[in-house]
Design a binder for this molecule. Structure first.
Ligand code: XMP
Length: 577
């Protein structure tokens, strides 16, 4: 059991344990010990809090009397030490990033094979100062004297670093030692051979009824849909795909051609409702409302509330837990799941969610087992509101402003500020020379230094001087969506042909109303690396590929410039709205 103490890597821990072939679940850190009885082992995750803050996540102290081995990671180590009588010191200086750990104990099973110096990844301010009785320090770094602790007699262990992230070179060995040597787990989880059991579960749940899905073309709903089709036969499963008019080029044809899927054309309805709207949140809200309308219409007109129908959904594990998924994924999910008709089905237990204990990569494994095409399983995530949130609008005409740091583009893009979102203008920097064209370090220094700016882009090419370009007042029109769709199709085609798409986690293309009278738009490229979308790094691209993408985009008559987003998340978000 992984106790979620609020850390962004909590899900990663459970996923890493599952990768070892052992089933792991995430639950709230406060889960009463009785609810954890029988757990082969307990891992307390990291978290952003301080043990001395009364509002911080905590654990039921009785978990330390269950007899189960416990591993505390980062804040989890601090909670464990604090609960067992040790003390935690408020750090004046944080330790973030790579560090060298010196392991000073190897006899214990937890540290088997892990002697000497190792690269670990740290992300903390507070640290354990005094150990509880029975504990010994087993590892330290230059700035953290208590980087690993152990009380082998009770099978309690703690590490200040993060064994679950790839930057901790031998992290998986720590987890493996804990899971197999300390907890004595046996392998009981293999996402690669699960289809027959899942199909049986579907048959048991559905009985003699039929299943309908709202499919999106994304990996989760497609794999869930394919599983149901295999389990029940194509005649008993139906999928509906809603074409909102906000999809990428070729998407409706791609999904519409899947077996048992029909397309509901609703572009006019969505684009009509969005006409003249410029505010990002209003856009999202309208799209959610229109989804509700379309879904209710489909359910009513096709009699899908009849007794012989049950709803299938591609819900995956992080969606089912409060802290999982991205905030936006949650919002969108709520829209889709809250349609009155669907809510009624949920209440009557007429719902089947075959993937609800799986992580995304496990869903892909199930998809591979079903022999679904790789082009489908390896698709990048695409947001529910579609191109609408990649097509920026403006209420006013406004000029670009030159400053000593670069050009301020008078647009509002979204960023992360603490737990909420910030809307701020964008800074465009010109390259000093070609080598510096994508200078991520300079961009990071600028967002750190300049208050009220959450995003930095590099100028790749503009038709005329950037200082003479301007943002113009405009909304979300079908023409602008069509321009973005074409620009996106160019970028996708080239990244597919060159294999670049496999090097990045997601590659949004954004249209901004910045340009000249003749060419009023610009395109922003936003390739990122990420694990789960919660944090992300802007990634580079070689000059040849960038040149090729840029020259093709510049052949579009509407396009006055091409920019490259250099911002990590935080402080920027992946999407621009
Ligand atoms: P942000 O922009 O918050 O995005 O960094 C993180 C991940 O979530 C996706 N995203 C969405 N997905 N509906 C979705 O289904 C949404 O409203 C939404 N907003 C963002 C985004 O594409 C990225 O993968």
């Amino acid at each position: 059991m992984v106790l979620d103490a609020g850390g962004q890597y909590c899900h990663l821990i459970a996923r890493k344990v599952r990768e070892l072939g052992v089933y792991a679940e995430v639950c709230a850190s406060e889960t009463p010990a009785a609810g954890l009885a029988g757990a082969k082992g307990i891992i307390i995750s990291g978290g952003p809090s301080s043990v001395y803050d009364p509002a911080s996540p905590t654990v039921d102290p009785a978990i330390f009397t269950l007899g189960s081995p416990v591993l505390g990671i980062c804040y989890g180590q601090q909670i464990m030490a604090y609960n067992l009588g040790g003390t935690v010191r408020k750090g004046d200086k944080g330790e973030y990033g790579l560090a060298t750990l010196e392991m000073n104990r190897t006899a214990d099973p937890m540290f088997a094979g892990l002697a000497g110096s190792q690269q670990v990844w740290m992300n903390h301010r507070d640290a354990v100062a005094a150990l509880p009785d029975g504990f010994a320090v087993t590892g330290s770094t230059a700035t953290c004297a208590v980087a690993a602790i152990a009380a082998p007699a009770r099978k309690f262990y703690g590490v200040q670093f993060h064994p679950e992230v790839v930057h901790t070179a031998r992290g998986q060995e720590y987890l493996s030692n804990f899971v197999f040597r300390v907890c004595g787990c046996e392998k009981d989880w293999d996402p690669r051979r699960r289809a027959p059991a899942l199909e049986q579960e579907i048959r048991d749940c559905v009985g003699d009824r039929n299943v309908f899905f709202f499919v999106s073309g994304g990996v989760d709903s497609t794999v869930a849909f394919a599983l149901c089709t295999r389990a029940l036969g194509a005649g008993r499963v139906r999928g509906v795909y809603v074409d909102t008019g906000l999809m990428r080029e070729g998407e409706t044809e791609f999904v519409g051609n899947m077996p048992c899927v029909t397309v509901e054309h609703a572009a006019e309805q969505f684009l009509g409702a969005l006409a003249g709207v410029t505010d990002p949140e209003t856009k999202r809200h309208i799209i959610g409302e229109e989804f509700v309308r379309v879904q209710e219409r489909i359910i009513a007109s096709r009699h899908l509330l009849d007794e012989n129908w049950i709803l299938g959904q591609g819900t995956i594990y992080p969606d089912t837990i409060e802290s999982g998924g991205t905030k936006h994924a949650d919002v969108i999910k709520t829209h889709h799941n809250r349609v009155a008709g669907i809510q009624k089905l949920i209440e009557c237990g007429r719902i089947v969610e075959p993937l609800k204990s799986f992580y995304k990569d496990e869903v892909r494994e199930v998809g591979r087992e079903l022999e679904l095409p790789a082009e489908l399983l390896d698709r990048h995530p695409f947001p529910g509101p579609g191109l609408a949130i990649r097509c920026l609008c403006s209420e006013v005409d406004a000029p670009v402003r030159a400053t000593e740091d670069g050009f301020v583009l008078p647009l509002k893009s979204v960023g992360v500020l603490g737990d909420s979102r910030s809307y701020a203008p964008v800074l465009a920097i010109e390259a000093f020379d070609h080598e510096d064209a994508l200078d991520h370090e300079r961009a990071t220094a600028l967002t750190n230094r300049i208050v009220g700016m959450n995003r930095v882009v590099a100028v790749v090419e503009t038709r005329g001087p950037l200082g003479q370009m301007q943002v113009r007042a405009c909304g979300l029109t079908p023409d602008r969506i069509a321009t973005l769709r074409r620009a996106d199709a160019i970028v996708r085609r080239i990244s597919h042909e060159t294999g670049y798409e496999h090097k990045v986690w997601q590659f949004p293309v954004i249209l901004i109303p910045l340009g000249t009278v003749e060419a009023p738009e610009s395109v922003v490229l936003r390739p990122v690396h990420s694990v789960d979308g919660m944090t992300a790094q802007s990634v580079g691209m070689d000059a040849g590929l960038l040149g090729r993408i840029c020259s093709e985009l510049m052949t579009m008559p509407e396009v006055a410039g091409v920019f490259y987003d250099l911002t990590h998340k935080p402080p920027g978000t992946i999407e621009w709205e």
